[in-house]
Design a protein around this ligand. Sequence first.
Ligand code: PHB
Length: 391
Amino acid sequence: MLTRRQTVAGFGALPLVAGLGGRAEAQEVVKIGLILPMTGQSASTGRQIEAAAKLYMAQNGQAVAGRRIELIVRDDTGAADVTRRIAQELIVNEKVAAIGGFGLTPLAFAAAPLATQSKTPMIVMAAATSAITEQSPFIVRTSFTLPQATQPIADWAAKNNIRKVISLVTDYAPGIDAEKAFKERFGRTGGEVTAEVRVPLRNPDFAPFLQRVADAKPDALFVFVPSGIGGQFVKQFVERGLDKAGVKLIGTGDVTDDDLLNDMGDAIIGVVTSHHYSAAHNSSENRAFVQAFRAANPNMRPNFMAVGGYDGMHLFYEALKKTNGATDGQGLIDAMKGMSWVSPRGPITIEARTRDITQNVYVRRVEKVDGQLYNVEFDTFEAVPDPIKGR
Ligand code: PHB
């Protein structure tokens, strides 16, 4: 048996491929593996990115540069050791050409050494700590960075008579990025962050922290919580009566995530945030994206995670076109560097030097549009790079 199998693999297969030439090549599969939290606290991130990646493939076909693309989606449950094990399996056993996804910063950090060792492109579609792209020369990012999303809301606050702010962030790397970026930028305009509060990532209870805020009565509360947590936060903010006590809620757009926003209730109307994507973004590309996403996924509204997944697939497809279907990791990552296109969120660039994303950041206010709650954009900071690393 063994001999026969060896014969088939060793001698049979080669002439067959050579004989069929282009046709055999046309059927050669290229795999991309997405590692996502499909269960647990960040499950909405996984659902959004999977839906968007599948939509991209349905719209753009399964064949690229004569090769058939196969998408593999694996659930890491939001646990870093699982992310690492799945990354290893996808790279070694499935021989994927790229890995993508990464719903939380610690998960991206866990996979980065494997991307480096195996020279496998790693497309970060969700996680948003500035330092992620520095963990491997094979990392590119289609999501955003917290410092990038934070500076515009600091500027808006300064221009709108907000002087004393308490910041409240989830206590891990992207929260610390947001806290620092807000304090630094807001401080430059004479504003003051009077207290910095950090809440745990797992099962957060905001009530005790919000009580402190209610007692201190700042002009505004700046908040960062990761996608999926905003609903809980806003509920407790309203329960404490902070909305009525005159404490303005401001933040990055993670807290008014489109996946949850419509269920937050009218108390959220008027909240101003800055972010790189809103489902209400007014462009023909976005209207087409939202319509197609909803048609394919009834009862779901795409959020900023979805757009990161959609653009991540675009980056992979276009890189593969540039390499004429060649999948060596260095060739693919080089093809991704410097790429620009118009995303549903607006124009974006993957900076060649940093492999990070430059994009517009919009200032938005929650409003009711046709009976639904949306982040309605009213100001644009154009082509913002990650401020820590620059262009
Ligand atoms: C992250 O862990 O990097 C992260 C997750 C969700 C967000 C933002 C950042 O909304």
